[in-house]
Design a protein around this ligand. Sequence first.
Ligand SMILES: NC(=O)c1ccc[n+]([C@@H]2O[C@H](COP(=O)([O-])OP(=O)(O)OC[C@H]3O[C@@H](n4cnc5c(N)ncnc54)[C@H](O)[C@@H]3O)[C@@H](O)[C@H]2O)c1
Length: 306
Amino acid sequence: MKAIVTGAAGFIGSTIVDKFISEGFDTIAVDNLSAGLKDNVNPKATFVELDIRDFSGLRQIATDCDYFIHCAAAMPIVRPPFEDTVEHEEINVIGTMQCLKALEGSSVKKFLYASSCATYGQSKNLPITEGEAVDLLSRPYTIQKFCGEQFSLLLGQRYGIPVVSLRLFANYGPRSLQNTKTANTYSPVIGIFLQQKLDKRPLTITGDGSQSRDFINVEDTARIFYEVALSEEIKDDIFNVCSGRRITIQELANIISPDQTYIERTYGEVEHIHGDNSKLRKFGISPKITLEEGIANLEEYLESVR
Ligand SMILES: NC(=O)c1ccc[n+]([C@@H]2O[C@H](COP(=O)([O-])OP(=O)(O)OC[C@H]3O[C@@H](n4cnc5c(N)ncnc54)[C@H](O)[C@@H]3O)[C@@H](O)[C@H]2O)c1
């Protein structure tokens, strides 16, 4: 069986590559290395340095693929939020369409799209279900991710390819901190706090710390991608991928260290994010790693690479 993962040198894509390799898949890891690091890619994968806007390149590798996992995306920096937007639209919208088009006529079993909880913006209803209205006016990235998702579903129908969009909530884990080339929109606060603790510096809490998030461990996310890919029942649908647990940044800081300081709130930050994962749970698919376990594992990892 063959899987293709785009954005495979990035944080989440590289962890998904590891999962498919561990399950015995021939895995092709696609990335243009604009933000990701080649060292993140499992050496057992076949690495192809390719930009997803290169249609003929995609077509060449996509012919006999069983599962196509699309994680490549240009990630915005939070401040200012409109920087690089035209190129980002080319990558996040047109690039996504090219991926589907490259699979036209192939026998691919499923296309998985890494969507985002950012499409909900500041939802009035918490926890957020997949039926919640999208809030497209918040940022260009939000529009791009939603368009990528909707085009994936539409083109999937047109080409007879089962498509599943997974709306990811805030992921944390080792490689989120190794993205040295761009500042990504999902500032990995757990990693930042742990690094500050290990450096014996105070944790920098933005605002008053009352804002809340729903964190999911990237290992859980990678396994969920794998299980959704192989599920015979799941297709042509949208699912939240979240822990279902809401925690304030203050509570998070308290788990990590009492040495804390307060800094200015980040521009454009959403106040509260809390997902409902019951739709995916109905298929027996759910996260397993508690926040406390995940934080302890990440701390151990960060200590080991110091
Ligand atoms: N990290 C999160 O918490 C989170 C939350 C919601 C959604 N997502 C989505 O998950 C996906 C992966 O996010 P991540 O955190 O791993 O980001 P990341 O920046 O670590 O990885 C993205 C990868 O895509 C590659 N890439 C960018 N443009 C490309 C192009 N034109 N051609 C080929 N490769 C290209 C980059 O080099 C990078 O390796 C993205 O689609 C993102 O929108 C992430």
